[in-house]
Design a protein around this ligand. Structure first.
Ligand SMILES: *Cc1c(COP(=O)(O)O)cnc(C)c1O
Length: 420
């Protein structure tokens, strides 16, 4: 559920009409609902209330400091995949002892940064990475806490670009050899093996892949313990899906019913890394119709937001629901239209062949379910300044990130002296 709805003929985020924000900050902009963000976090947290656990929000889904701060105040941690994300998480006040760090290409500098911060653990993705972590920790005279990321070879039945737990994916260590990797890991002087990590993919709408992957992970934990390797943390990764169109993903409570009993038996502290399920439906991208254009084949709705602002439709062909901000428009004649941005690429679209009410120049649309992998994937392509982010709480809103300026676009650029 989310807090976007029509009130008095106007699409609102909580109690604030989106048209009012559009007047004041301009378009396009991302708009997040504080109540929805907090609710989704709390629902997930409470679903696993019976077992010792930490919710490490996946920062790559939405890395806004204000958004991270909401979760940190609610007791959350962070799952980071780069030094930049670690920097953000710490800036947002997330305690280092609640931060886990995954990713196949951690650099020595990033490893050092994480050890200096004192994070909970590294989720290690290869044997060479173990060597690097051991060496950096040795230089610093500290012990690096690690989990090995196991790739359980379970099909999450999701889009191939966001499937991570299959043999052919670049992530983790293969299930058949991970035991050997553990034997290897415990022999390093500067490494403390404390956990097991898995993350099989994103936008998963079934319970069974989670259960299958967990069963394999628990077999591994049992084996490790029988050999005296003390596993204290099981990191379940993220991946629970949301409704973009007509998907019916399990509620976090249903997922918890299926897996919490298995997890409780281990006596471990369980780490969850939800991203999309917490923020996805808590945000929308608001855009204005610039022009409509009807050619022989198609009707185009040309709007001021584009693939650089929201990449998911172009990148994954994904569906984002589109809502007219003025409720009056809903009852208009329907047309089939491509909703496109100003970017010079035919792949620049927010929706294809979408049956929607006929909209006019100057009217506003809300592109829904844009809170996850929306702003974080945005770029400056076509030299378009990145759009502002707005956080609504009740009847108020705050700009939590300003619109970029043209000066921001050229920040750090220099002309070599022979061109000056
Ligand atoms: C992307 C990612 C997540 C979050 O995935 P969601 O589908 O957004 O929940 C969690 N853990 C790791 C390691 C990831 O790479």
């Amino acid at each position: 559920m989310h807090h976007f709805e029509y009130r008095n003929g106007e699409y609102c985020c909580e109690e604030v009409p989106l048209s009012r924000i559009a007047e004041e900050v301009g378009t396009p902009f991302y708009c997040y609902s504080h109540a929805t963000l907090l609710r989704h976090f709390t629902v997930f947290d409470e679903a696993f209330g019976a077992i010792p656990h930490i919710i490490c929000f996946a920062v790559k889904a939405n890395s806004s400091l204000a958004v991270l701060r909401i979760f940190s105040k609610a007791g959350g941690g962070a799952d980071v995949v780069s030094g930049g994300e670690l920097y953000r998480a710490l800036k947002a006040g997330i305690p280092p002892e609640k931060i886990v760090y995954a990713g196949v290409g951690k650099t020595r500098n990033e490893i050092r940064q994480a050890l200096e911060a004192g994070i909970l653990m590294f989720n290690v993705e290869s044997s060479q990475e173990l060597i690097a972590i051991d060496s950096v920790a040795g230089e610093m005279g500290v012990k690096a806490p690690v989990a090995l990321r196991v790739n359980p070879d379970v099909d999450p039945q999701t889009h191939p670009y966001i499937s991570t737990g299959l043999k052919e994916n670049k992530f983790g260590m293969s299930y058949n050899t991970v035991l050997k990797e553990y034997h290897h890991a415990v022999r390093f002087d500067n490494i403390d093996v404390i956990g097991v990590h898995k993350h099989i993919g994103s936008q998963i709408t079934l319970i069974s892949p989670f259960v299958d992957a967990l069963e394999k992970t628990l077999d591994l934990v049992r084996q490790l313990r029988s050999e005296g390797i003390d596993i204290k943390y099981i990191d379940m990764g993220g991946g629970l899906g949301i409704t973009y169109k007509d998907e019916a993903p399990p509620h976090p409570k249903e997922l918890a019913q299926s897996i919490a009993p298995m997890l409780a038996e281990t006596g471990c502290t369980i780490i969850f890394e939800p991203g999309r399920v917490i923020v996805g439906n808590a945000g929308a991208l608001i855009s204005r119709v610039l022009y409509t254009k009807v050619n022989e084949e198609k009707t185009f709705l040309i709007v001021d937001a584009a693939m650089n602002d929201l990449a998911r439709p172009s990148l994954y062909g994904s569906y984002q629901h589109i809502v007219p901000v003025e409720e009056d428009a809903v009852s208009r004649k329907k047309v089939s239209a491509d909703v496109v941005g100003p970017i010079c690429e035919s792949g620049d679209f927010l929706a294809k062949d979408r049956v929607m009410p006929e909209l006019r120049r100057g009217e506003l649309i809300a592109v829904m379910s844009a809170g996850a992998y929306g702003f974080t994937m945005s770029s400056n392509y076509n030299s378009r300044p990145r759009v502002p982010e707005v956080l609504v709480k009740g009847s108020d809103y705050d700009i939590i990130r300003e619109r970029e300026t043209y000066e921001d676009l050229i920040k750090g650029e220099r002309l070599p002296s022979y061109l000056a």
